[in-house]
Write a protein that binds this ligand. Structure first.
Ligand code: ZN
Ligand code: ZN
Length: 235
């Protein structure tokens, strides 16, 4: 049996709004489940359900986390920890499925979510929520590191998963696409709309310095793979 496996989870689609680049085009939301020795870490929970305003504005087609997990052969009860890359509504909308499960968030993200119009708080604050507000880099599970990658938002964070082949970066929305990672100027990118572009650049530089074999994204189903490595996530 493999000791560690990364499963991309297709969590839904939306359309970019009229005032955004790529207006009318389809965007996707991707989370990840990482099965490790002692359980499953879930990275992001996608859009929530029942917010008519958000659904209309972005034409949201959310998928339910249990359904996405089932496609990976996993169940909701397998999830032993959750990490949100940030608390926007497309990444933390189904956190409420996980009462009693530690949910790791940067304190700066928590602060902005609870003091500004940042997200849909009904999806964040729920009975039994067990948020662990840990600042900066840390390793909640042996072999799975959380790396602070501010830029898109002030408290954004990414994951680095150690595999036999090398480190895999799950960027979240620290950057948008494999093309942006590779420096393709025609690719969809997130920098132009980042809350802090200098921080965004520094965060990408930090992720690049890890020299990952693979990079997964929160808004693209495609994976970047280092040239001459196998495609697909190693275990
Ligand atoms: Zn966001
Ligand atoms: Zn997003």
């Amino acid at each position: 049996m493999r000791l560690l496996q990364i499963y991309p989870l297709f969590l839904g689609e939306f359309r970019f709004a009229a005032d955004e680049p790529w207006a009318g085009e389809v965007g996707v939301v991707v989370g990840y489940a990482i099965r490790h020795r002692r359980g499953v870490l879930l990275f992001d929970t996608g859009f929530g359900f029942g917010n008519d305003e958000l659904d209309a504005y972005y034409q949201v087609q959310a998928r339910r986390v249990p359904e996405a997990l089932a496609e990976a052969g996993l169940a909701i009860d397998d999830v032993t920890s959750v990490v949100n890359c940030h608390l926007h509504a497309d990444h933390s909308g189904q956190n409420g499925l996980f009462p009693g499960v530690p949910i790791y968030v940067q304190p700066a993200e928590w602060e902005i979510a609870h003091t500004t119009d940042h997200t849909i708080l009904e999806w964040i604050d729920f009975p039994g929520a067990d948020y662990r507000l840990v600042a900066g880099d840390h390793e909640p599970i042996s072999g799975i590191r959380v790396i602070a990658t501010p830029g898109h938002t002030v408290g954004h964070q990414s994951l680095v998963v150690a595999t036999a082949e090398g480190d895999v970066v799950l960027a979240g929305q620290a950057l948008y696409t494999p093309g942006e990672w590779a420096g393709d100027p025609s690719a969809r990118e997130g920098r132009s709309r980042a809350g802090d572009q200098e921080a965004y650049d520094r965060s990408i530089a930090r992720l690049r310095a890890i020299d990952p074999t693979h990079v997964g994204f929160g808004h693209d189903r495609a994976t970047w793979s280092r040239p001459a490595t196998k495609t697909g996530y190693p275990s």
